[in-house]
Design a protein around this ligand. Structure first.
Ligand SMILES: Cc1cc2nc3c(=O)[nH]c(=O)nc-3n(C[C@H](O)[C@H](O)[C@H](O)COP(=O)(O)OP(=O)(O)OC[C@H]3O[C@@H](n4cnc5c(N)ncnc54)[C@H](O)[C@@H]3O)c2cc1C
Length: 411
């Protein structure tokens, strides 16, 4: 091979990434894991653990910004996998604010990012949290069915928001809420915009807090918006940009980039969500592998049965395949490579379904113990289940992929 031939592709992580991985893993092992069962049982936001994450700089705007700007795209996936290896409910409590921050980063002006992002994290001893509120009781997968209405009061340069959001992570308890709303109903999903609702704004309240199957340390609730008035400066991207976008949509011209505000957020976050699922799957696989080597039945370790060993082989293969899809999508997103086959959706779809399958197999390998709360795989199996549902269900990911590869309107 000549000297100027392209360098060999490599999947080896650089020193900075290895260090990041070790740092997050140590926190996950020493602080998150030991607290996991307690906060799962309490079904409450784990403030002391998040405080500890803030103290070491893991729960901070600086940390999430640094990882988001990592030119390889791998900083966030590596962080997510290690943190969620520790525990998914606590992991989501720690990264939930970054979903709202990503919405501001995706749709806001530099001034808006500078104003609101720091208020979404606060500082050690004075933590703040943020919520991204898009879903509604009648608008989950069908974002175009959204009813929350934003109306503009030109005389006061204020927006008024009315409606009910549901299933919002950190909803109601957050300091800063990012809310998507309809500004022009005839345009369906293209007539929507995102707004920041500042801390303490009158008219925003928490509705029902949901009791959940898994990720129970993460707070999920309805958010009621009753004549919520916010200054014009809270419209993400600003009025001129919105007016230009609406004008194009009215003419039927496709705007460049994402079809609407919510989709822009999801596109950025899907590989990182896939990495969360990988963390859960890997944790359950490790417990199952250890158990299978030590648990004896019929006078030998159960792993000496092909049925068990092959299940573990499949689990490990699925986890590694998921990671490659996630890393590819994260890298492509960072390079600005178009997702021609919806590679972001592929990574989330495969990792989410792998996590459900692997945690189920781990439970099976642990037998009766797997079904009890004495062992963590029972919790991991409950936690994994959300990964085929939120941030776009598996069916919606398949729809996105099918449309991308066919160029046709698959329904
Ligand atoms: C714990 C948790 C946290 C969440 N956090 C947030 C958050 O922070 N912010 C936020 O905005 N939302 C959040 N969500 C909402 C989440 O994104 C939605 O639940 C999800 O998008 C699915 O919407 P849905 O529940 O209304 O299901 P539906 O859209 O009603 O879907 C029900 C079923 O029908 C299927 N289906 C629907 N349409 C089609 C179709 N065209 N083709 C094939 N199948 C279809 C779905 O795949 C699913 O299986 C959260 C949800 C949960 C449970």
């Amino acid at each position: 091979m000549s000297d100027d031939a392209p360098s060999t592709p490599s999947f080896a992580l650089g020193d900075d990434h290895v260090e990041l991985q070790k740092w997050v893993h140590t926190f996950a092992e020493d602080v998150v894991r030991p607290a996991a069962a307690e906060w799962d049982e309490r079904e409450e936001f784990p403030w002391p653990v998040v405080e500890e994450a803030a103290r070491i700089g893991l729960y901070s705007l600086d940390f999430f910004a640094t990882q988001s700007f990592d030119p390889t795209g791998l900083g966030l996936p590596l962080t997510m996998e290690e943190l969620f290896w520790g525990d998914a409910g606590i992991g989501l409590a720690i990264v939930g604010s970054s979903l709202a921050a990503a919405a501001v980063a995706a749709n806001g002006t530099p001034e808006q990012i500078g104003e609101w992002a720091p208020q979404m994290f606060g500082s050690p001893g004075d933590l703040k949290v943020a919520a991204f509120c898009s879903s509604e009781p009648d608008a989950g997968s069908d974002v175009g069915a959204m009813r929350t209405r934003a109306t503009y009061d030109e005389a006061k340069d204020e927006w008024e928001l009315n409606g009910t959001k549901t299933w919002a992570t950190n909803g109601g308890m957050a300091d800063v809420h990012v809310v998507t709303a309809v500004v022009e109903p005839e345009l369906r999903a293209r007539g929507q915009a995102s707004f920041v609702v500042p801390p303490g704004t009158e008219g925003l309240s928490q509705g029902q807090k949901f009791a959940k199957h898994g990720i129970r340390a993460s707070h999920t609730a309805e958010v009621v918006l009753d004549h919520v008035r916010v200054p014009g400066s809270c419209l993400l991207g600003g009025k001129d940009r919105l007016d230009a976008r609406l004008a194009k949509a009215r003419e039927g011209v496709r705007s460049g980039g994402s079809a609407n505000a919510s989709m822009a957020t999801f596109e950025r976050t899907r590989p990182a969500v896939g990495a969360q699922a990988i963390g859960i799957a890997r944790a359950a696989y490790e417990v199952a592998l250890d158990y299978a080597k030590t648990r004896e039945q019929f006078g030998r370790p159960i792993i000496e049965n092909q049925a068990i060993a092959f299940a573990l082989a499949d689990m490990k293969t699925g986890i590694d395949a998921s990671r490659l899809l996630v890393w590819r999508a994260a890298w492509m997103a960072k390079q600005g490579t178009p997702f021609e086959a919806a590679e972001g959706s592929m990574s989330k779809l495969y990792a989410g379904e792998t996590a459900v399958r692997v945690t189920g197999q781990a439970m099976q390998i642990l037998g009766g113990n797997g079904y009890t709360r004495e062992y963590p795989v029972e919790r991991m199996a409950r936690d994994a289940r959300i990964y085929t549902i939120f941030e776009g269900t598996s069916e919606i990911q398949r729809l996105v992929i099918a449309r991308a590869i066919s160029g046709m309107q698959i329904r």
